[in-house]
Design a protein around this ligand. Sequence first.
Ligand code: PGA
Ligand code: ZN
Length: 416
Amino acid sequence: MPTKIQSITAQKIFNIRGEETIEIEVKTKNGFGRASAPSGASRGKGEVVPYPEGGVDQAMKRVKELVEPQLIGIDAQGQEKIDLMLHQIDGTQDFRKIGGNTSYAVSLATADAAASSMGRPLFTQLGGQLTSELPHPLGNVIGGGKHARGKAPDIQEFLVLPVKVNTFLDAAKANILIHQRVGAYLLKKDKTFTGGRGDEGAWAPNLKNEDALEIATKACEEVSDETGIKCKVGLDMAASSLWDPKKKCYIYPRDEVDRDSGEQLEFVLNIIQKYKLVYVEDPFHEEDFESFAELTKKAKKCLICGDDLFVTNKERFAYGIEKGVGNAIIIKGNQVGTLTDAWETTILGQKAEYVPVMSHRSGETTEAHIAHLAVAFRCPIIKAGVIEGARIAIINELVRIEKMLGERAKMATVPL
Ligand code: PGA
Ligand code: ZN
C-alpha cells in the first residue's frame, strides 16, 4: 500500500512571533507529508489545549511514545480513522495529554503525506477531483487590539473583502492595492507614522477606531472604482479582549469609552450601517450568545461571524445555530485539534446556511496548507491577511491552485 504510514516524527520550529511550535513529518511507503501548528494571541476559552504541561518538548515526547507506535502501519488516506485514533490516544476532552496543536499537526501532516503518496495536490486529496472553487480573500489592512502595541486602535482587525471579482489573482491584487493605499493615507494623516505593522502585516497606526474605519473605507472605495472590483470593509472586533467581566462592559482604552452590552450592540449596528460593513467577527464576548443573536436579526447584508464564540467546536456551534446566532463561522483547525473535527463543523455550517470562513492565526509558521483546506472544504471566504511573510505564503498558494485548476477555476459566491 503506497499510503501506509512508516514513520511520524516531531520537531520544534518557530512561528512568526518567535514562539516555539511543533512540526510533524509523516513518511509513507511512497510519500512524505509535513505540517506545523499555528498559535493564537486572542484565543477562545473553548479551544482545545495547545500543548501538554511541559510545552512543545513534552508534546514531542508524547508523539514518540504514544502517537507514532499507534499510527505506524495505518493507511494515511483514512483521515477519519486517524483523527479518531488521535482522540483515543489522547483520551481527554480537550487534547491536554498530547496537545491540540500536536494532534492538528499530525492530522494535517498525515493528509499531506496521503496526497503526496497519491501524487495529488492536498485540496483534491481532501476535497475530491471536482473541487474547483476558490475562496475570496479577507485580509486586514489596519490592526490593533492584541495584535499590536501602544496607541493602535482598540479593534483588532480592519478587514477588506473583494465581494465581486473574477479571479483569485485579481482579488489578491485588489487587497494589496487597498493595503498600500491605506498606508499612504496613514502617512498623510500622521507625519510621525513609522510604517509599523502588527503580527499579521496590517498597519498598526496611532489612530482612533472610527478614523481607522474612515481610512479603510476610503481606500476600499477608491480601489473599487479604479479596478472595477467591488471591495467592502469588515471588522474582527475580538470583543472578548475588550470585555471586562467585573465592570460588565467593553473597554475601549484608545477611544476612552466604555460600552455595556446594549451600547455595544448600538455601536456595532451603527458602524455596520455607516460604513456598509459586510463582515463583523466577534462583536461580543465569547459567552454572549444572546447579543450575537440580536445583532444577527437586526444587521442587514452583513456576515456576523463567530470565532472565539464557536471555536470551530461542533457542540458550541450547534447551540448557536439553534439560537440564531450569527450567519458565518471561523474555521481554525487547531481550535479543535483534527481535520475531521474542523470538517464536521464546516459541514454543519453549510447545512444551516452559515458561511464557513477558513482562517489563519496571528502566529503562523509560513506554511500554506490552509489554502488547500479552504478549497477542499468549499469555504467561500479565506481569512489570511494581505501581506507579511506568512500571509503571502498562503495567498501565493491560492494563486498556484487557481493556475493548477486552469479553465475549471472559478470564484466561489459570497452570499450577501
Ligand atoms: P488569533 O486571532 O490571534 O487567536 O489567531 C486571530 C483572530 O481573532 O481571528
Ligand atoms: Zn477572530
